[in-house]
Ligand binder design. Structure first.
Ligand code: FAD
Ligand code: SF4
Ligand code: SF4
Ligand code: SF4
Length: 442
């Protein structure tokens, strides 16, 4: 097994001997399996067969081709994967309590109410988890609704997946791209799991942060002790949708907000506290999911603080349900061109299809890393520099705040400043060149 792990817990849930437990690592700030195949006498190999980061396992392109490639009328894009339709919209009833336009919660509730599923496996607040969030099986509309919103902290699926395996009925699972792939591998390996998972609902993902990111923010805000719960998408009425806040509940009704533009944009963009595995991930749009949802980071939507969603639908069955039910329940849903969907995720595409390949090339043992698909684009020297800078920032922050917040910020600034200046100069030079040549600005 290679060293890469996102802590999803699927290997633990599927181990036939029940020998793997997921344990939270305070050093790494996420969950890790208690053992791997090399430490196991049985050595049946199940745990390796379901892991999305074992290079020998079927890759994203292969799995999604097998699932959707032969569906009549399906289209394909190199970055988006397979799709029958792409949409923009929102649910008025859900958007204010949801991450973006509330389409995921609306869809899960609709599938449950129409009897298409018996429940949904969602991520919601869990005060017993070190990250304050956990996967859970939801069987009612209110359960599903209580899980609305995004969790930018590691969550382990093992307990909820074991429970799902012990039940009857069929479920929808909400999953990040790596988890969607792992679930598909698990469904191939374990026939009992296949009828339990009816739909995989994917979320676009640019990166996952370790628990250390929350520790950093609460220290920066001067908060004493740990928050009781976190809303990662507090929508600020006077700001664009992209300038939301993380809201920490502190007890006695007190809250503390970390605003995107004030505290989060920089550590997010420079990949402080990002899990190492995310540097080697090339799937932006959860290509193995039946449908994928994301924020509408486009100029025509971003100014509305209530949020809009974009959706990619791959499974025909889901397409017909979404179109019919959106019409019946008055959901705002309009087709959008593929180019616009890609435009909404330019940063994640740059990271996963340009920088990821450079991270892999820099590694001492690239053969132990998963396959990475690059976009057909010339790699420039500044891309090399960017990958190197972000990789170093990730590694100095991966074990948390060594001393205090100010020292950490100084160390990161020291690393990031040369690249930031060079990047600004390059952008200015490109602009001047375009002006001289009379070209359109990019
Ligand atoms: C780690 C992470 C990174 C993301 N990166 C991007 C990005 O770069 N660009 C982008 O456009 N969108 C990104 N998203 C997706 C975005 O935040 C919204 O989840 C998406 O737009 C759906 O919004 P919604 O209002 O339709 O969903 P909601 O109605 O709010 O429902 C969201 C559902 O997702 C589930 N959920 C929340 N967190 C997780 C999790 N960690 N794992 C599995 N399920 C979860 C909840 O249980 C809920 O059922 C990311 C999400 C996560 C969790
Ligand atoms: S090899 Fe892995 S899956 Fe098989 S029994 Fe050992 S730990 Fe469990
Ligand atoms: S299946 Fe998930 S938890 Fe297990 S080793 Fe792979 S990434 Fe880690
Ligand atoms: S970036 Fe990739 S590996 Fe990291 S959490 Fe997102 S989907 Fe998983």
């Amino acid at each position: 097994m290679n060293h890469l792990c996102v802590g999803c817990g699927i290997c633990a849930a599927l181990c036939p001997q029940g020998s793997i437990q997921m344990e939270f690592s305070p050093v790494h700030g996420f969950f890790l399996p208690s053992r791997s195949m090399d430490q196991c006498d049985t050595a049946c190999g199940f745990c390796e067969r379901v892991c999305p980061f074992v290079p020998e396992n079927s890759d994203t392109a292969e799995i999604s081709r097998g699932l959707f490639g032969s569906s009549e009328g399906i289209r394909h894009d190199d970055v988006l994967g397979y799709f029958h339709g792409t949409f923009a919209g929102y649910s008025e009833e859900h958007r204010m309590t949801s991450a973006s336009g509330g389409l995921v919660t609306w869809l899960l509730e609709t599938l449950l109410e129409r009897g298409e599923i018996d429940g949904a496996l969602c991520v919601g607040p869990d005060s017993t988890s070190p990250t304050l969030f956990g996967f859970r099986l939801c069987h009612t509309r209110d359960d599903i609704r209580s899980c609305a919103g995004s969790c930018y902290q590691p969550v382990d699926l093992s307990g909820a997946l074991r429970e799902l395996l012990s039940r009857k009925g069929s479920y929808a699972v909400v999953a990040l791209p790596c988890v969607a792939r792992s679930l598909r591998l698990a469904m191939q390996a374990n026939p009992q799991l296949r009828p339990r998972i009816r739909f995989i609902i994917g979320l676009v993902c640019g990166q996952m942060k370790s628990r250390h990111f929350v520790d950093y923010l609460i220290k920066k805000l001067g908060v004493q002790g740990n928050p009781l719960n976190i809303c990662f998408r507090h929508k600020r009425p006077d700001r664009p949708a992209s300038d939301f806040a993380f809201r920490f509940a502190l007890g006695n009704g007190h809250t503390a907000d970390a605003g995107w533009s004030e505290c989060i944009a920089r550590p997010w963009g420079e990949r402080w506290f990002t899990l190492e595995v995310c540097d080697y991930c090339d799937d932006v749009f959860a290509e193995c999911a039946d449908a994928t949802f994301m924020d509408a980071w486009l100029p025509e939507y971003v100014l509305d603080p209530r949020g809009h969603s974009l959706a990619i639908v791959r499974a025909l069955k889901l397409l017909s349900i979404i179109l019919r039910e959106a019409r019946l329940s008055g959901i705002s849903l309009a087709p959008i061109v593929v180019e616009k969907v890609c435009e909404s995720q330019l940063d994640a595409i740059h990271q996963k299809r340009t920088l990821a390949i450079l991270h892999k090339n820099r590694s001492r043992s690239p053969e132990s890393l998963p396959m990475i698909r690059s976009v057909d684009r010339k790699l420039r020297p500044d891309h090399q520099w960017e990958a190197l800078t972000k990789g170093r920032i990730r590694s100095i922050t991966q074990h948390g705040i060594a001393s205090d917040v100010k020292t950490l910020e100084r160390r990161v600034r020291y690393l990031a400043t040369p690249w930031t200046i060079a990047n600004k100069l390059l952008m200015a030079a490109r602009l001047v060149r375009q002006m001289v040549r009379g070209e359109h600005f990019e």
